[in-house]
Design a protein around this ligand. Structure first.
Ligand code: GRF
Length: 209
């Protein structure tokens, strides 16, 4: 059964929403968000950075911006389902202990199970590098190029129980150019993501729930 979205409280500049950002890699999106929060009055503030990958380059931004980080790798288990649930429960506990009000996925490369999603639904937001519902999943740029698409983009959406199927909040187009490779396209889309995500978060965090 699909649970309803329960939105966070309305944040303000005086009392911003406490955000945790989940990453798996380089964290260029995280860096863009932290720079934005530092130079603009916002209704959101990053209070925690979590990575499933202990070697994620983006973890270094915790030190740079004096924000606590938690590297939480998959725990040992022979049972894959059990392992995913244990991992998500560890993440859930640290989110609760840090009084997090909104979970921001930014290059987090694991698919979250309904076990986790149902606890945060409406307070769990993602950016995906395509114009959803086109090209969901981990290979959006490869799939867009293979499809011969002329336009792609990025989508900010609430996370639901499916893979990149949640309610769309905002999208922005990016052209695909002659001679594009996955890497070139990814860089062009990321630049747009870095502008779009913080602004969408501003609007999302300032709305009445
Ligand atoms: C972004 O394009 C994001 O949309 C996708 O993974 C990329 C993360 O890049 N899910 P980075 O780690 O923020 O540099």
């Amino acid at each position: 059964m699909s649970e309803p979205y329960i939105l966070p409280r309305k944040g303000s500049i005086q009392d911003p929403l406490r955000i945790a950002v989940l990453i798996s890699g380089g964290g260029s999106g995280l860096l863009a968000l932290l720079n934005y929060q530092q130079s603009n009055p916002c209704a959101h503030i990053t209070k925690l950075i979590i990575s499933d990958n202990v070697n994620a380059g983006g973890l270094r931004y915790g030190e740079d911006f004096s924000i606590p980080v938690a590297a939480i790798p998959l725990p040992e288990s022979k049972n894959n389902v059990e392992q995913r649930i244990m991992h998500e429960n560890l993440i859930h506990d640290i989110l609760l202990n840090s009084n997090i009000e909104l979970v921001v996925l930014s290059g987090y490369m694991r698919i979250l199970t309904p076990n986790f999603v149902c606890k945060w639904k409406g307070r769990l937001i993602n950016i995906h590098p395509s114009l959803l519902p086109k090209y969901p999943g981990a290979h959006a740029h490869r799939d867009a190029l293979a499809d011969g698409a002329k336009i792609t983009g990025c989508t900010v959406h609430l996370v639901d129980e499916g893979v990149d199927t949640g309610k769309i909040i905002s999208q922005q187009e990016v052209p695909i150019l002659e001679g594009d490779t996955i890497e070139k396209l990814q860089e062009r889309v990321k630049k747009v993501e870095h502008q779009l995500y913080p602004k969408v978060l501003d609007i999302f965090c300032s709305q009445d729930s």
